[in-house]
Design a protein around this ligand. Structure first.
Ligand code: 4UU
Length: 532
């Protein structure tokens, strides 16, 4: 099928007709759907077996909205989630949405220090967490105080989350007015093209639009079952996986983490039909011997997103599992989806633009828009473009042009048939197994080390993980420090996925441009030429 649409004025349009973009809140969008699927199972926790029908889920969401309102939380307040995947996350997210409360999500791998920073930066006044992370929350609260801590599971000295889910519902804020275009639904964190992680302001309209935009390409029906192994705190787990599954009445089965044995057991036992995964799990499914011992006959379709997927791996996966593997592409800042591959899938491409989405390809030297088959930076315009970065107008202006184009920081081209190919990443962001690692964050940390004069961090290409964070260090004169010491220092201060797995190299000087910006390309080119 030809996915080409006319590129007039060098603007690429979706080959699909526009879809409806209702200006309603997320709860107004989802709850009538939940009513339609009332008796079907919406969400099930694989590790506990607890399961909730759509009727029960909606009831719990309303109770959470009521419970939070009773505790004094109101529209515009920020509540943080720091935990694993479970049905309670859905209750919290949609409960907050119904009350106009903004949810911000922290990676459960965060150290107490990273969590404290996230809570402070997002202006969170309450947190919801899980029992194994209570001590981290306690430690983070030494520097950032919160009004309430709610714990899913054993609450220790805090309140159980059940005070919200077992509320009588009578304080439900029926009079809250949500302006879908203006009001923020959720604040996930992303470092974007440069600098430190920032709160991404996604409005109700952004997310509701994106859910609608994905429907023409989506294969989900109320008969389907999707396994939520990718984390809900990240935009992929949160929007396409969780909300995308629930919008069509399918069942979502949650896993607390990726554990190969548990993952395969869940696929077989729950008769999972859809796989929404990232390249490291594609690799596992394509190569691991244990996969062949499992009955996967219910699987019908798989999507990989969040990081580049190799062609050879795609073929290997499809050959072994006998199901199509399409790619999705997007960014946190784009709610997140802009491209989904269509069936029949095209190996190596992210597919065409989804409805209501425009793209331009810009020459990296001249900034001029390019036509078919020419490589440049991808810019996007559509209803899914974020409102901006939270309390950071400068970064917002760098990311979104005055006329509404968002600069993805990714490099690619458009084929004659309208399908897009991603070839490289222009921005400094490192992705370890699909997780964002911001070089600036590690550089700031390294510069605090007493022996370090200057530092730069880049991503070292890696077959398994995509990229590994690698540091270049200039030491202070006459001070000795070992690579091991530096790796250890980083390891004790940040979440495990940010570790310097790509190693440490000592150099005389960090290459920089005249204004002091690190020339990461030079370090990368040097690394790649040394490897060959
Ligand atoms: C090469 O990872 C995401 C969004 C993932 C997503 C999930 C389901 C997209 C569509 C979908 O259907 O967001 P972030 O903000 O963590 O990271 C964004 C970056 C992109 O800029 C790009 O560099 O992740 C990279 N990326 C990809 N790269 C995302 N998808 C792809 C892809 N190929 N398919």
């Amino acid at each position: 099928r030809d996915m080409r649409s006319k590129a007039d004025d060098f603007i690429y349009r979706s080959p699909f007709p526009d879809v409806n973009r209702p200006k309603i809140s997320l709860a107004e969008y989802m709850f009538p759907r939940f009513d339609k699927f009332k008796k079907l199972v919406a969400i099930k926790d694989f590790s506990t077996g607890a399961s909730f029908t759509y009727g029960e889920l909606k009831d719990r969401c309303i109770k959470v909205a009521s419970g939070l309102t009773r505790k004094g939380y109101k529209k515009g307040d920020v509540v943080a989630y720091y935990g694993i995947n479970n049905p309670e996350f859905a209750m919290l997210f949609l409960g907050c949405a119904a009350a106009g409360i903004i949810l911000t999500t922290a990676n459960p791998a965060y150290t107490p220090g990273e969590l404290a920073h996230h809570l402070e930066h997002s202006g969170s006044t309450a947190i919801v967490t899980v029992t194994p992370l209570v001590n981290n929350v306690k430690e983070a609260m030494a520097t950032k105080s919160l009004k309430d801590v709610f714990v899913i599971g054993n609450p220790g000295s805090y309140q159980p989350f059940s005070v919200l889910t077992e509320d009588d519902g009578k304080a439900y804020p029926t009079n809250v007015k949500i302006n879908a275009i203006e009001d923020i639904l959720v604040l996930p964190y992303s470092s974007g093209t440069t600098g430190l992680p920032k709160g991404v302001m996604l409005t109700h309209f952004n997310v509701v639009s994106n859910l609608n935009q994905c429907r023409p390409a989506q294969v989900t029906t109320s008969e389907d079952k999707n396994l939520a192994v990718l984390p809900f705190f990240h935009i992929y787990g949160m929007v396409p996986i969780l909300l995308g599954t629930l919008q069509d009445g399918a069942t979502i089965v949650t896993l607390p983490r990726f554990d190969p044995e548990m993952f395969l057991m869940a696929l077989q036992k729950e008769k999972i039909t859809l796989l929404t995964i990232a390249p490291p799990i594609v690799q596992f499914m394509a190569k691991h011997p244990a996969v062949q011992k499992i009955d996967l006959s219910h699987l019908k379709y798989a999507i990989s997103a969040a990081a580049p997927l190799g062609d050879a791996l795609t073929h290997e996966f499809m050959h072994r599992l006998k199901i199509p593997l399409g790619q999705g592409y997007g960014l946190t800042e784009l709610s997140p989806v802009t491209h989904i591959d269509q069936r029949p899938v095209t190996v190596g491409s992210i597919g065409p633009l989804i409805p209501n989405t425009l793209a331009k390809i810009l020459d990296m030297e001249t900034g001029k828009p390019l036509s078919d088959n020419k490589e440049g930076e991808i810019w996007i315009k559509g209803p899914q473009v974020m409102k901006g970065y939270f309390r950071n107008e400068k970064a917002t202006r760098e990311m979104i042009t005055n006329d509404g184009w968002l600069k993805t920081g990714d490099i690619g081209y458009v084929r004659k048939d309208g399908r897009f190919i991603i070839t490289d990443r222009l921005k400094e962001l490192i992705k370890y197994k699909g997780f964002q690692v911001a070089p600036a964050e590690l550089e700031n940390l390294l510069l605090k080390h007493p022996a370090i004069q200057d530092a730069a961090v880049i991503g070292m290409p890696d077959d398994q993980a995509g990229e590994l964070p690698r540091a270049y260090i200039v030491t202070k004169p006459n001070i000795k420090v070992s690579a091991e010491e530096i790796m250890k220092y980083v390891e004790t201060n940040v979440a495990a996925y940010k570790k310097l797995r790509g190693g440490v190299e000592f150099i005389k000087e960090i290459p920089k441009n005249p204004s002091g910006k690190i020339l990461r390309r030079i370090l990368k080119e040097r690394l790649l030429s040394n490897q060959t």
